[in-house]
Design a protein around this ligand. Sequence first.
Ligand SMILES: Nc1ncnc2c1ncn2[C@@H]1O[C@H](COP(=O)(O)OP(=O)(O)O)[C@@H](O)[C@H]1O
Ligand SMILES: [Mg+2]
Length: 270
Amino acid sequence: MRAMPDRAVPAISHAVPLLEARSISKSFGERGQRVEALRDITVTVGTGSIVSIVGPSGSGKSTLLNILAGLLRPDTGAVLIGGEPATNPIGRTALMPQRDLLMPWKTVLDNVTVGMRLRGISRKDARAEALGRFPRFGLQGFESAYPRVLSGGMRQRAALLRTILTGRDILLLDEPLGALDAITRMDMQSWLLGIQAQFGKTMLLVTHDVDEALYLSDHVYVLSGRPGRVIGEHRVPVERPRSYDDTVTSPRFVAQKRQVLQELREGSTT
Ligand SMILES: Nc1ncnc2c1ncn2[C@@H]1O[C@H](COP(=O)(O)OP(=O)(O)O)[C@@H](O)[C@H]1O
Ligand SMILES: [Mg+2]
């Protein structure tokens, strides 16, 4: 086993983050049975970086991504893109929802090209571009198949391909590897890092898996239990490319993991 070099990654510019949630609060429901989902959340995502949000179930992670994607309005606070308030963020980011939402009546190829077709790209051009990506996404041979025959990992790769083919620079990924078994999940984490490097996307991803957050990210935000509040913020000073085994066994990683777990434990009881 190789020791991790004790050298920080080049600092990602947070001077003007590409994406920012600023002081966002959100409640659901009527008076009397109000559910406070998010309280005063500020999260920044630098260009080209991977930022994770970890938090227990019900801490408002999906709500936050939906607000950043423009599908929900915050009660207070703002979404900023490129430093400017985005009053209507729809179309500025690409959201991969927690459930993959592949349409069972459409082939894999038609599913992954949906976003491009909505952008007005012709069927022929959309298909040509998507087909060129099938091998890299481990989907070759399944172009004409229907989603029901795909394995869990393939479904998630198809959903991610659809998200990437939207052409947006900012990807919002809601538990993108959530439904996978441990081995597939580890393989997919490394694969996801390769995809991010290849396509140069900025990613904000949500997970409840601390190892995954630390392994993938430049920055990790920790949310408390409901209402979700930021109770920890961590920079992960490991250079890329990262090997899974070397990264997760390095003493620094183990120490950071312990700290995040402690924050989660304390944050769920308050
Ligand atoms: N549309 C909604 N209407 C009412 N309550 C909601 C709605 N969406 C989410 N909630 C509530 O807000 C809280 C946070 O939910 P969610 O964002 O899905 O958390 P997470 O993704 O972290 O599990 C939960 O208590 C959930 O029941
Ligand atoms: Mg969720």
